[in-house]
Design a protein around this ligand. Structure first.
Ligand code: CTP
Length: 415
């Protein structure tokens, strides 16, 4: 698990209560620690029946808090104010899994264990991730408690649907670690430099139909676009992700608009850019499409070996259409493009920036093995409209995305 800039040195209180899903909280604590966060775990007595404090201590490398009264459980803080000390310095408190019992206590303002006391004392944002049997989750008592907690500003992380330990099926499963991490990032990013900004990101390679079963596409994986959407979310933006890649998990908080072809992507981009502050075109849009799409599957002729020819038509250039939109409406306020080049990188990139009227252009050399399509790293140069160029070292697509979003924030004057 890579470090996540947003989580570096953030203090997170992870409250764990007595559900079988408590074992998943060990993984969450581990991943959070790996991303760079400082994780203080508070366990209820019931939680300790499912997993041990030692498990959490082992993955976080920090003391685990289990008891309101015992001095040796206070992790160096004076016992009688452990809850205040924990709550005070925290950036976020997440209770995962949160049982029906703990939710009821929180709704009632009860303070009978270190976890509930800390929740009352905490001044940071609080989130709950309920985990329980489907019937218990849907019970009016639980729903009323959740309603009340949300009215008081607590964030509810909805449970997943699926199979329970009891064998029953319903809604009440604790979401998996990546989803929980996504919710945490969303909450911590809220006051970032792009708070209040709308960012549209496109991702993936469009596919252009030949017949009902065949299409032409390209090698784009969508990874860079998805990483950009996540970086924009981390910076607090409202993100719309227009995606032609269908195998990647949607970053928590992004509104996903799935598309297939360049023309579908064009319609979606124009529609969503109308009021957006920023458009980032990371998608690899097919420049050509089959001129006609066969209604039925194209069959080969059994009697001869001859091939067929595909006549290709030009696809619209989405960024050129966006340039016209910007000239008439002023939106999107900023446009960022990518240039995938296999030769004359900077010269070709500069002319693309000018032709498409972009504020920033991210140039990448797709002939390099460690950069470009499908791999997790990228080596890019960011060109700007003022003639500047910033060469970034080989970095993960997440780090490249953060650098791009930083430049975007600087241009918007929000950094
Ligand atoms: N792009 C677009 N519409 C297209 C093709 C590309 O909006 N029909 C966008 C891409 O999303 C990218 C930028 O334009 O942000 C440059 O894409 P690239 O494929 O490098 O360049 P092309 O304009 O297609 O030019 P060429 O393929 O001739 O290099």
């Amino acid at each position: 698990m890579d470090k996540i800039t947003l989580l570096q040195t953030k203090r997170i209180i992870l409250g764990v209560t007595g559900s079988i899903a408590a074992y998943k909280a060990v993984d969450l604590a581990s991943k959070l620690t790996q991303t760079g966060a400082l994780v203080d775990v508070i366990m209820t007595e019931a939680a300790q029946r499912f997993v041990t404090a030692l498990a959490f201590q082992s993955v976080t490398g920090r003391p685990v808090y289990t008891n309101l009264w015992h001095a040796d459980h206070s992790g160096g803080l004076p016992t009688h104010i452990a809850h205040v000390g924990l709550g005070e310095g925290a950036d976020l408190m997440l209770i995962a899994p949160a049982t029906a019992q703990t939710l009821a206590k929180l709704a009632g303002g009860f303070a009978d264990n270190l976890l509930t006391v800390t929740a009352l004392a905490a001044r940071c944002p609080v989130a709950v991730a309920p985990a329980m049997d489907g019937g218990m989750y849907l019970h009016m008592a639980t729903q009323a408690n959740l309603q009340l907690l949300q009215e008081r500003g607590v964030t509810l992380i909805e449970p997943d649907e699926g199979r329970f330990a009891s064998g029953l099926v319903g809604r009440g499963r604790l979401p998996e670690t990546p989803a929980l991490l996504g919710h945490i990032r969303r909450m911590l990013g809220r006051s970032g430099p792009l708070a209040g900004c709308g960012v549209v990101v496109t991702a993936g390679g469009t596919s252009e139909a030949i017949d009902p079963v065949r299409f032409i596409t390209n090698r784009s994986s969508g990874k860079q676009g998805y990483a950009l959407a996540q970086a924009a979310l981390d910076a607090g933006a409202a993100v719309t992700l227009i995606s032609a890649a269908h195998n990647l998990p949607t970053p928590v908080g992004a509104a996903l608009i799935p598309v297939e072809s360049a023309r579908e992507m064009l319609d979606a981009v124009l529609d969503h850019s109308k009021n957006a502050d920023v458009l980032v075109m990371a998608a690899a849009v097919a420049d050509f499409r089959p001129e006609t799409v066969a209604e039925q599957k194209i069959k080969k002729n059994a009697d001869d070996d001859s091939g067929i020819s595909l006549q290709l038509a030009r696809n619209p250039d989405i960024l050129i259409a966006v340039k016209a939109l910007r000239q008439s409406t002023g939106y999107p306020r900023l446009a960022v493009g990518f240039a995938a080049e296999s030769e004359n990188l900077l010269a070709n990139a500069r002319s693309k920036l000018e032709r498409k009227g972009l504020d920033l252009l991210v140039a990448n050399d797709i002939s390099a093995q460690d950069a470009g399509f499908a791999v997790d790293t990228n080596r890019v140069t960011i060109l700007d409209a003022a003639g500047g160029q910033q060469e970034l070292p080989l970095a993960s697509k997440a780090q490249v995305s953060e650098a791009i979003i930083e430049r975007v924030s600087a241009l918007l004057g929000t950094a």
